[in-house]
Ligand binder design. Structure first.
Ligand SMILES: Cc1cc2nc3c(=O)[nH]c(=O)nc-3n(C[C@H](O)[C@H](O)[C@H](O)COP(=O)(O)O)c2cc1C
Length: 325
């Protein structure tokens, strides 16, 4: 790999550039894109951008770290798909607490088919808050989703219908609490809306319309800046709901959760599935505790809805230069 200096994308090696572009396509809480990169030679240091942490929704920085983990997974997948073995170290330097991961573009390898497939799915994975045509996930696809989680040291529980109903009712409780939380609404207002030229936050085109029957309690991004929708609320379909679990609940576990989440979402995308996150209950300790598996000490890190439907529009990303240190 050729030598690079940090700061200006024009100085980054042509082999690394598409991999960084892939990294910033990762999902992030409220599309905050809370990551920064320091690139030296073939080493990419991935930092948390604490200025983008959501103080109300995410006081501990868990959702921020999950988001950074997702970007790290994209970086790894893209490097491998471009023929470089990614070598990952989480939290490589105690002296730099916001340095969450170091990814080295290692030895040249023949790109494995699986990595090319996942990397190829990155531009097609979008949070889809529209109704799905069908939500029945075939067993073989469900097996692939579970295997994707296991490959990153986590577990994915795909709920059957009764359990799915129970999970949705907890999500509904959380979403209703959110509606009555003025601090949340102020924070949400800052990350939503139709500001021209804005390249972060959730744009109106990605909002879910409010479902008056509250059957599918997707996060209502239109609470602060309501918009009219050209499609119905997604509540008509019975969704497939899954929960992603880690063994621990510290910064390292959150980074694993983010990588696993993105691997699961990209596997789903590659299989033609659409997905939506519904993480509202995980923001309330007492609701999150309802998901805890006390026998195994597993902690819930994400709740996901899967189904089949048309690809949703992409949400914007800031230009790469803005992420470089
Ligand atoms: C940790 C985390 C939590 C999220 N929680 C929700 C959620 O509760 N509801 C939702 O609709 N989207 C949720 N998202 C998805 C983000 O809103 C989405 O990734 C972001 O707006 C960028 O859009 P994209 O996924 O289409 O690229 C979450 C994403 C992450 C990483």
């Amino acid at each position: 790999m050729t030598t690079t200096t940090a700061g200006d994308p024009a100085t980054i090696s042509p082999e690394l550039l598409p991999c960084l572009t892939a990294a910033i396509a990762a999902p992030s809480i409220h599309n905050t894109q809370p990551w920064r990169f320091r690139v030296r030679h073939n080493v990419v240091d991935v930092f948390a951008d604490r200025g983008r942490q959501l103080a109300v929704l995410d006081p501990d920085g868990r959702a921020l770290a999950v988001s950074v983990g997702a970007a790290v997974f994209n970086l790894r997948a893209a490097l491998l798909a471009h023929g470089h073995l990614p070598v990952l170290t989480l939290l490589p330097d105690r002296g730099e607490p916001d340095l969450l991961a170091r990814v080295v573009a290692g030895a040249a390898v023949a790109p494995p088919y699986a990595a090319r497939r996942l990397a190829g799915a990155i531009p097609h994975r979008h949070s889809n808050r529209r109704p799905f045509a069908s939500s029945r996930v075939p067993d073989s696809v469900a097996d692939d989703l579970r295997a994707a989680a296991v490959a990153e040291g986590t577990r994915l529980l795909i709920a059957d219908d009764p359990l799915g109903e129970g999970i949705l009712s907890v999500v509904r409780t959380a979403e209703n609490r959110r509606r009555d939380d003025p601090d949340y609404l102020v924070e949400l207002a800052a990350w939503t809306g139709a500001e021209r030229g804005r390249r972060d936050g959730v744009p109106p085109v990605a909002y879910a319309p409010r479902d008056p029957d509250e059957r599918l309690p997707l996060r209502d991004f239109g609470l602060a800046h309501p918009v009219r929708h050209g499609w119905p609320a997604a509540g008509i379909d019975q969704p497939t709901v899954a929960v992603l679990y880690t063994d621990g609940d510290d910064l390292r576990a959150w980074l694993h959760a983010g990588q696993a989440l993105e691997r699961v979402l990209l596997t789903a995308t590659a299989e033609g599935l659409q997905s939506t996150l519904m993480t509202q209950p995980l923001e309330y300790p007492e609701l999150r505790a309802l998901f805890e598996d006390s026998a195994t000490n597993r902690i819930a890190q994400a709740i996901i809805r899967f189904g089949y439907g048309r690809e949703a529009p992409a949400s914007p990303r800031r230009p790469l230069a803005g992420f470089l240190i």
